[in-house]
Design a protein around this ligand. Structure first.
Ligand code: BYC
Length: 326
């Protein structure tokens, strides 16, 4: 018996028995490992999501890297440097995990640099003040944790395991961002205004990080069935709002949404309409910094060519030495 819906890379149908056994494993919470059989569509979905995630970590270094030379104190500079390095590390773990699905890092990088692969919309917004670094840590890393803690239980073993360490580091990042905001919100009037403006700039783009509303999310249903995603986009967005509003109140800052209101029945906040036109515009490449971000990554890639060449020559030499010794 063969499935009607799923076809493999060569366009041939996949045996229903294998598909059923695969889904049974997923339902029983048994992790899928690189050598296990998996439907081609599962493999492709994972490559898409994981590589977008890895690209986001890499491009995500840029808005924060912008402030390393201008951090207000040496201590702040050291912390920010460490955070940006952590993001590079996250990208590398996830690229490595993605490679276990039979795709090369080179191919993934080419897809990013040629605009075929997406990365998170949030990193196409500029960081115009030091408070933006606080807002990113608090809101962007906060949203990332909300999305990624459930991914520690994703069905694909290498992805789930990479998320465990990433989430620990993201939670530290979130706290450093909130601490920056706390200092500013309790500082001079000018600092408080700077913190409020950063919240105004990053609130709505942070909500967009969770992706389109459930009715417009084309991948959610299948990804949730495969436990690649554990919660829907809207559910995670709601959890994030409910967790973040009291944090803003504690800071004495105002969430820039006049329609934000506690709803006793649902035990959560109702919120205003997200500007989905803006979201679509950004993911299509027309956000405020898309061009700048891509140019920076292309330049870094080109300038790093000598390192890749050197690694290849070194590996070839090591191999030769090994062969001669054998
Ligand atoms: N930005 O069917 P949907 C971080 C795309 S790293 C851009 O709901 P899915 C951090 C989506 O790809 C943050 N594109 O998709 C790093 C799809 O397009 P394609 C990244 C988006 O995959 C450094 C289309 O819209 N986190 O936090 O089921 C410093 C339809 O959407 C976005 C991850 O990647 C977006 N915001 O759900 C600090 C986590 N949203 O591929 C922080 C893992 C949607 O069909 N990823 N799209 O062309 C996920 O959980 C899911 O991929 C998403 C989207 C929730 C993001």
């Amino acid at each position: 018996m063969y499935s009607q819906g799923l076809t493999d890379a060569k366009g041939s149908e996949e045996p229903q028995e294998l598909l059923d056994a695969f889904q049974k494993k997923i339902d029983a919470e048994i992790k899928i490992e690189p050598r296990d059989w998996m439907p081609e569509a599962y493999r492709k979905t994972l490559i898409r999501q994981m590589s977008q995630h890895a690209h986001s970590e890499i491009v995500g270094q840029l808005p924060e890297g912008n402030w390393i030379t201008r951090a207000p104190t040496l201590k702040r500079k050291m912390i920010l440097l460490a955070k940006v390095q952590d993001e590079a590390g996250h990208g590398l773990y996830i690229y490595s995990a993605t490679e276990t699905l039979g795709v090369s890092r080179e191919q993934l990088t080419t897809e990013l640099l040629t605009g075929q692969a997406k990365y998170s919309s949030i990193f196409n917004y500029p960081t115009t003040s030091w408070a933006d670094i606080g807002a990113i840590g608090w809101l962007v890393d906060g949203a990332a944790i909300m999305n990624q803690v459930p991914l520690c239980r994703a069905s694909y073993g290498p992805y789930a395991r990479s998320m465990v360490r990433i989430c620990k580091e993201e939670s530290f990042h979130q706290r450093q961002g909130y601490e920056i905001m706390t200092v500013l919100a309790r500082g001079s009037e000018a600092q408080k205004i700077m913190a409020q403006k950063a919240l105004n700039r990053f609130w709505w783009p942070s909500l967009m990080m969770f992706g389109p509303s459930d009715k417009d999310s084309k991948h959610s249903e299948q990804s949730m069935k495969w436990k690649i995603k554990r919660f829907s986009n809207d559910d995670l967005r709601q959890k994030f709002i409910d967790a973040t509003v009291p944090q803003a109140e504690h800071l004495g800052l105002t969430i820039p949404d006049p329609e934000l209101k506690w709803n006793d029945d649902k035990q959560g906040y109702d919120h205003g309409e997200i500007n989905w036109d803006e979201f679509m515009n950004v993911i299509k490449g027309h956000g405020p910094c898309n061009h700048q971000r891509m140019q920076a990554r292309i330049k870094a890639h080109e300038e790093g060519a000598w390192v890749r060449d050197a690694v290849e020559v070194y590996q070839a030499n090591q191999q030769k030495i090994k062969e001669e010794a054998a």
